[in-house]
Design a binder for this molecule. Structure first.
Ligand SMILES: NC(=O)c1ccc[n+]([C@@H]2O[C@H](COP(=O)([O-])OP(=O)(O)OC[C@H]3O[C@@H](n4cnc5c(N)ncnc54)[C@H](OP(=O)(O)O)[C@@H]3O)[C@@H](O)[C@H]2O)c1
Length: 254
């Protein structure tokens, strides 16, 4: 268990996508515990409500972030509620197991819509308000944003795109006082593989193979990742931008 970051987020406002589960839920809770007011977004209302149940500073908005106009609705909701925006955590995402021989156009389109296009539109909608607050964007990439993933090339490609967006926006926005960073988790205990439609036995096999390769000997917990999302978004971290921080128990070193 990590202790919450003290008060740097007091009176700050954050948007977290994918707040109903995994890394997004842990991040929403950690931000609220650190003093922020949090708008948690995702499609499943019941899952979001479970997150909101943990802390009264979390308000939820059930919405598909890929829908036309979703970005303006999300940012507008945070502004209507609290009049400002300090942090955008672009966390919602999905993976797909798809070897080249089985590649389908519809899967490529869906992955890029969710992992690249929707976070881009959210960042655009958030930008004027992040300028006003000298705020920051944290994009959630993956260790596979900068390592090859045989059998999952298109997921890896979306996360590579996220890392290039991060670096390019960081340069574009540095003079405006808006910071842009990314956290790249390694294998983390969440529902991401189940959400990709993989059967339980395939997930168990994949997880145990990954665990054997991770130098720290364990998969990450969502709280391990949330911890670093908060630290890189911390309003006092004013001199760090354009960075991709890998949180993977040393996996990419081996
Ligand atoms: N777990 C890992 O091993 C790992 C490793 C590296 C990177 N990541 C990245 O970490 C991020 C979070 O994933 P996770 O591991 O925490 O898995 P997860 O529990 O499956 O979380 C994904 C979240 O995204 C939301 N989401 C999916 N499609 C959406 C849509 N169209 N609109 C709004 N929300 C949507 C889901 O909620 P709804 O279904 O309710 O919409 C869910 O809460 C993802 O970007 C993932 O690629 C995970």
């Amino acid at each position: 268990m990590h202790s919450p970051v003290p008060s740097h987020f007091a009176h700050r406002v954050a948007i977290v996508t994918g707040a109903g589960s995994g890394i997004g839920r842990a991040t929403s809770i950690a931000l609220a515990q650190a003093g922020a007011r949090v708008l948690g977004v995702g499609r499943r209302k019941d899952a979001l409500e479970e997150t909101a149940h943990v802390h009264s500073a979390i308000t939820v908005l059930p919405l598909d972030i890929c829908e036309e106009g979703a970005a303006d609705t999300i940012v507008g909701t945070a502004l209507d509620l609290w009049g400002r925006l300090d942090v955008l955590v672009n966390n919602a995402g999905a993976t797909a197991v798809m070897p080249l021989a089985e590649t389908e156009r519809s899967v490529i389109t869906r992955l890029f819509e969710l992992n690249v296009t929707a976070p881009s539109m959210l960042a655009r909608a958030a930008l004027p308000h992040l300028r006003d607050s000298s705020g920051s964007i944290v994009n959630v990439s993956s260790t596979y944003g900068h390592r090859p993933l045989p059998g999952g090339a298109h997921y890896a490609a979306t996360k590579s795109a996220v890392e290039q967006l991060t670096r390019s926006w960081a340069l574009e926005l540095a003079s405006a006082g808006v910071r842009v960073n990314a956290i790249a988790p390694g294998p983390t205990k969440t529902d991401v593989l189940a959400a990709a439609g993989l059967p339980h036995d395939a997930i168990d096999e994949m997880v145990s193979r990954e665990r054997d390769r991770i130098p720290t000997g364990r998969l990450g917990d969502p709280e391990d990742v949330a911890h670093w999302i908060l630290r890189i978004a911390d309003p006092l971290a004013t001199h760090i931008t354009g960075q991709v921080l890998t949180v993977d128990g040393g996996l990419e070193l081996v």
